[in-house]
Design a binder for this molecule. Structure first.
Ligand code: G1P
Length: 297
């Protein structure tokens, strides 16, 4: 029987310079879409997919993340005393079991592959998930759950995949497709951030992975890749060279690139509009302001 995927790595060491000055004191992952931090969406998705152990790869200045996942007894007591049971439930829904989260520091910013490699001792010899919290995916069935179900059939390693415009491919890891089976593709190669005009397809890797533990060994072998960084894409590409299966999975859902300001704003609008408590007022506001803006241009 295939081993169940119960561990997930969350690379959260990045400095978030694209969001300066906010990220001077607030970790990017704590920035909120409506009222939930980015990292909460990632954790909720992992929990829904049956993940039990959460491994955060952090760096200096990320203390607020650890505090966020600690229980807040004084706040809970105060809400209980004032009868704010709904808020109490919201707060409690973010509590994690003791010992479920581990924090590892990435001492040098050597890239995504290096960040995942830093977690190798906690992962051990079993398949594991990687979630990049910058990629927020709104979906009826959470993206990682879709992938874990698909992975139970295929084994191997699997990356979330999405078609992107040809001129955007150089911002992503890109798949070289062997066979296209619809929601699943088998992959024969992967390139990280291919120079313009050289991408093997327009099927890009999105920040959800289910990886064989062998990828960790490959991460110890590979050299610096695109951007001078140790790339996770290169370690997965090596899997194929070694004869192991890698799949791309076209998930059902909408992905927001919350690592960019435009993507973050789009996610904010979309999540705001999907909230029953905000929808009407927010939609009225947008309905009024958009024509005003267009008229002014
Ligand atoms: C990372 C990965 C890349 C992937 C992307 C998805 O890049 O290295 O392969 O396509 O996430 O968001 P980054 O956006 O961190 O540069």
């Amino acid at each position: 029987m295939k081993k169940r995927v119960t561990k997930a790595v969350f690379p959260v060491a990045g400095m978030g310079t694209r969001f300066l000055p906010a990220t001077k004191s607030v970790p990017k992952e704590i920035m909120t879409l409506v009222d939930r931090p980015l990292i909460q969406y990632a954790i909720d998705e992992a929990r829904a997919a049956g993940i039990k152990e959460f491994i955060f790869v952090t760096s200096r200045g990320k203390g607020a993340l650890e505090d966020y996942f600690d229980i807040a007894p004084t706040l809970e007591a105060s809400l209980r005393k004032s009868g704010k049971t709904e808020l109490l439930d919201v707060l409690k829904s973010t509590n994690m079991d003791s010992g479920a989260i581990a924090y590892i520091r990435q001492h040098k910013a050597l890239g995504l592959g290096h960040a995942v490699w830093c977690a190798r001792r906690l992962i051990g010899n079993e398949p594991f998930a990687v979630i990049l919290p910058d990629d927020v995916i709104a979906a009826e069935k959470p993206c990682l759950q879709q992938m874990i179900e698909a992975h139970a059939e295929t084994g191997g390693s699997m990356v979330a995949a999405m078609e992107v415009p040809q001129d955007k491919a150089s911002s992503y890891g890109v798949l070289d497709v062997k066979e296209d089976m619809g929601s699943m593709v088998s992959v024969k190669g992967m390139v990280e951030k291919p120079p313009a005009g050289t991408a093997p397809s327009n099927l890009a890797v999105i920040g959800r992975y289910i990886l064989s533990p062998k990828v960790l060994q490959n991460l110890s072998k590979i050299k610096q890749g695109a951007g001078g960084e140790i790339q996770l894409t290169d370690a997965i590409a090596l899997e194929m060279e070694q004869g192991r299966d890698v799949f791309g999975y076209r998930f059902r859902g909408q992905r927001f690139d919350c690592g960019s300001k435009a993507g973050f704003l789009q996610a904010t609008v979309s999540f705001g509009l999907s909230r029953p408590d905000l929808r009407d007022e927010f939609a009225d506001f947008l309905g009024a302001i958009v024509p005003q803006q267009q008229a002014a241009q």
